[in-house]
Ligand binder design. Structure first.
Ligand code: C5P
Length: 241
């Protein structure tokens, strides 16, 4: 099947934070280097971005002591650059934005996508990019919450039931203009807000990013049980054996 040619306006770049240790998975190596059905997680993640004809290049934020990256598929790719990761995801993204600022314009789009989300569908990426092409703020992929939501108290008992209407799970990619995202993350960190996603920083500027519905298989590998699930999704997509 041929992919329709999209009019996506200005240039698009990828930014992949990959400097986390991923301890909750319980593996001997960081989760972005686990092998799933013959492919390495970060290779799958980067392939989706680099295979997109509108993505000019990708900056990957890495732990300074990372010994795995040089052995991966895109380590020496001409459109892949690295940045030094920071204490939290938000610091890693800000460092990578500084590297990207040497190559991209302030108005260019940046797709920030977690290394630990290898199952992103090309069709979801296309949708995000085409919906946002003329958007003044930017936005992110996500899915509406399906389960009933409970707020727990410190004792583990329920404190409240939170109405799920309008609640979403926030995924990545999250896409913003380079200049806006740099300003937003810089201001958030200066104010002491170690935001857990990029949209949160943009929201703190008083802007309202757009939520774009994607698919639940765009999971972030976090716990041991996510590994067989990710493998299954990738097999279903025909991307691994
Ligand atoms: O820990 P979590 O799964 O929320 O991390 C999301 C993404 O951010 C992962 O791809 C991880 O490698 C990255 N990260 C980072 N720098 C950190 C912590 C996490 O780049 N200090």
């Amino acid at each position: 099947m041929t992919t329709p040619v999209l009019d996506l306006g200005s240039a698009w770049w990828g930014l992949v934070p990959a400097a986390g240790a991923g301890r909750r998975v319980g593996a001997a190596i960081p989760k972005q280097y686990l092998e799933l059905g013959g492919a390495v997680v970060i290779d799958l993640t980067l392939a989706t971005l680099l295979d997109h004809p509108r993505v000019q290049g990708v900056v990957v934020a890495l732990d300074p002591n990372d010994g795995h990256w040089p052995h991966t598929r895109y380590a020496a790719h001409p459109r892949v650059w690295t940045a030094v990761g920071g204490a939290e995801r938000c610091h890693s993204v800000l460092n990578a934005l500084a590297v990207l600022a040497g190559k991209a314009a302030d108005d260019d789009w940046v797709l920030v996508h977690d290394a630990a989300r290898p199952c992103l569908r090309r069709s979801d990426l296309d949708r995000l990019m085409s919906v946002l092409a003329d958007d003044p703020v930017g936005g992110l992929l996500g899915i509406p919450v399906r389960d009933t939501m409970k707020q727990a108290g410190l004792d583990g008992h329920i404190q409240a039931t939170v109405p799920r209407d309008g609640l979403w799970h926030a995924f990545t990619p999250q896409a913003f203009r380079l200049g806006v995202l740099r300003r937003a993350l810089g201001a958030a960190l200066t104010a002491g807000h170690w935001v857990t996603d990029d949209a949160s920083a943009v929201e703190l500027l008083g802007l309202r990013p757009l939520l774009i519905e994607g698919h639940a298989d765009n999971l972030k590998i976090t716990r041991p049980e996510d590994i067989p699930l990710a493998r299954f999704f990738l097999q279903q997509q025909g991307r691994t054996c």
